[in-house]
Design a binder for this molecule. Structure first.
Ligand SMILES: Nc1ncnc2c1ncn2[C@@H]1O[C@H](COP(=O)(O)OP(=O)(O)OP(=O)(O)O)[C@@H](O)[C@H]1O
Length: 331
């Protein structure tokens, strides 16, 4: 039997066998985010302050693969810190789904939340003073999270001390081993903070504006330390930043607008016919799970697009046209 239906845009004929094939392909498609380290699926976070609701995240979708080094950017108030706090296990979303390394961030009891925060994720804050305890040396600061995660005894102590030395050296601040934060520069403190975040070998390190308080040369050194952690240890790194030098130095920069991922820039290296290497950046708009797309504001403004557009499906692209009033009918 060959039932046929008229297809949508092109009016092509679809057979029953085609439909069965499509249904089978859909069944076999891997689940959303199956291979990702971070999966955010229609994530919502609503805050209520003085009886007023603020929708900080409004159905945010994001996948981050294991081993990525990526940046999150966006205007003030777009929801970046809210997302980072959720991924850090410090805040709980109102709705949607979020998981990191198999931990469901909406459904963790107090014990697993503590284990998650100690062992799966490391965090570096913008304020250097918030990252380190002032009365401990750099090495003691790095040892602390290892002690807190429960391993103790003489052998453990030796291993902790050796790991602290190794991490500080790897990040270029081995010479700060016995210094207190007050005896270190802002950049040295931030690199030590990265060592602290890496102490328990987390899969993920999150950083909120880690170069925000630093001059550009020092900021570059701190970013280089994140890159070292990513390349040497394979740690996935997500950095929220307003710093163009950081946003331009990663392979993937995701922009958040009004609590949703709006666009992303992907960069790759190309080699021309003379063997010259150059980094090529392409900007993409994000299509969410429901097929929604945010058009860039300057594009909509340039064509005076307001509340609707005409769409035309072509064989290899979709045309988006401003809605123009129909010309007056001729008598
Ligand atoms: N605890 C809270 N209570 C009430 N509203 C909040 C709370 N935290 C964040 N918000 C609101 O949620 C929205 C998103 O805030 P968020 O801090 O995530 O933005 P952001 O993109 O990190 O901004 P910035 O770049 O200025 O740090 C803002 O409107 C903010 O005022």
């Amino acid at each position: 039997m060959t039932n046929t239906t008229e297809g949508g845009a092109g009016g092509a004929t679809t057979t029953l066998a085609d439909l069965e094939q499509r249904a089978a392909a859909r069944r076999e498609r891997p689940a959303y985010g199956q291979d990702a380290l971070i999966t955010c699926d229609r994530l919502v976070r609503i805050f209520t302050a003085d009886g007023v609701e603020v929708q900080a995240l409004q159905g945010l979708d994001l996948l981050v693969a294991k081993g990525e080094l990526m940046a999150l950017v966006g205007a003030s108030g777009s929801g970046k810190s809210t997302l980072l706090n959720i991924l850090a296990g410090l805040d709980v979303p109102t709705a949607g789904a979020a998981s990191v390394g198999g931990y469901d961030l909406l459904d963790m009891d107090a014990k697993s939340r503590l284990r998650y925060r100690r062992e799966v994720v490391g965090f570096v804050w913008q304020q250097t003073a918030r990252n380190l305890l002032p009365y401990l040396t750099a090495a003691q600061n790095v040892v602390l999270p290892m002690q807190l995660s429960g391993r103790d005894g003489f052998r453990a102590k030796r291993l902790h001390a050796a790991r602290a030395t190794e991490l500080l050296t790897m990040l270029g601040v081995g010479y700060c081993h016995d210094r207190h934060p007050g005896q270190m520069s802002g950049g040295e403190q931030q690199r030590t903070a990265i060592a602290v975040a890496l102490a328990n070998s987390p899969s993920l390190v999150l950083a909120d504006e880690p170069t925000g308080e630093l001059d550009s040369a020092t900021g570059e050194q701190v970013f280089a330390a994140f890159r070292t952690a990513n390349e040497e240890l394979g740690t996935t790194v997500v950095v929220v930043t307003h710093d163009h030098a950081v946003a331009d130095a990663v392979r993937r920069t995701v922009a958040i607008r009004d609590g949703r991922t709006a666009s992303e820039v992907l960069r790759h290296t190309e080699i021309d016919e003379h063997g010259q290497e150059s980094v090529v950046a392409r900007e993409y708009a994000t299509v969410d799970r429901a097929g929604r797309l945010q058009l860039p504001r300057d594009y909509t403004a340039a064509l005076s697009i307001e509340n609707r557009v005409l769409l035309e499906l072509e064989s290899d692209h979709i045309g988006v046209w401003p809605d123009r009033p129909a010309p007056p009918e001729q008598d």
